[in-house]
Design a protein around this ligand. Sequence first.
Ligand code: HEM
Length: 239
Amino acid sequence: MSWFSNFSNSSIGNKVLVSLTGLFLSLFLVVHLAGNLQLLVDDGGAAFNSYSEVMSSNLLIKIVALGLYAAIIAHAVKGILIYVKNRRARGNIKYAVKTGSNSSWASRNMAFLGSLIFIFIAIHMAQFWFKFKFGYMENHPDLTHYDVVVTGFKQTWIVVFYVLAQIALGYHLLHGFQSAFQTLGVRKGKYTKLIQNIGVVFSIIVPLAFAVIPVLVYMDVYPLGAFTVIPGQPLEASH
Ligand code: HEM
């Protein structure tokens, strides 16, 4: 076995891989959120559709997307391996000892929270990504990507599901963000407090913004609207 496969199969190797993929996925969340916020622009979907068009046609983005799918799978598989190893090491004794912040509710439930997020991503991708990639749009030429997303968010259970999933995401990030920096050896000395604080802010702001989008679309509230589109007429400023 090579040095790399030895390392990547070791406990520390697993943790480093989960940390690096976790940080990459966090970066994806920020980019994804910035794109999705365009759903809240009051322009009848023009901004979101042109963003979505670039996302599904640009070659570089398609290559990065392959890295993203690999990162999601690696993060999930290695995360589960760490969980299983930890359980075995404890000999199935359930959390007898609590040690400070390392035993927060989130830290003890990372595998559970991660599984919920994985289920969310699977349903979420079936709802939009699969439709955009595999013929649904071709079979419904009158619909845009915006129409598909907005129609989805008009269903109460979908909105509730998205909000609940963002709570799981928030707790997962709350422990995962600072834990990744700790594993990579960055969260020490004068950076400890800074990384903790950035982690807390990130874990609240990002899931909250994701949760707000379906809620506002459901309520037909488009607060980022500088312009409204009146069919057949030029763009008109809204107030
Ligand atoms: C308001 C919330 C969200 C909206 C409106 C939204 C919207 C979308 C849309 C429209 C796509 C299809 C993109 C395409 O194929 O062109 C997509 C893909 C995806 N979304 Fe979301 N998303 C949301 C939240 C999330 C969250 C919270 C996560 C992760 C925890 C996530 C993970 C993904 C992934 C992994 C893909 C596939 C990536 C790709 O191939 O581009 N999304 N999302």
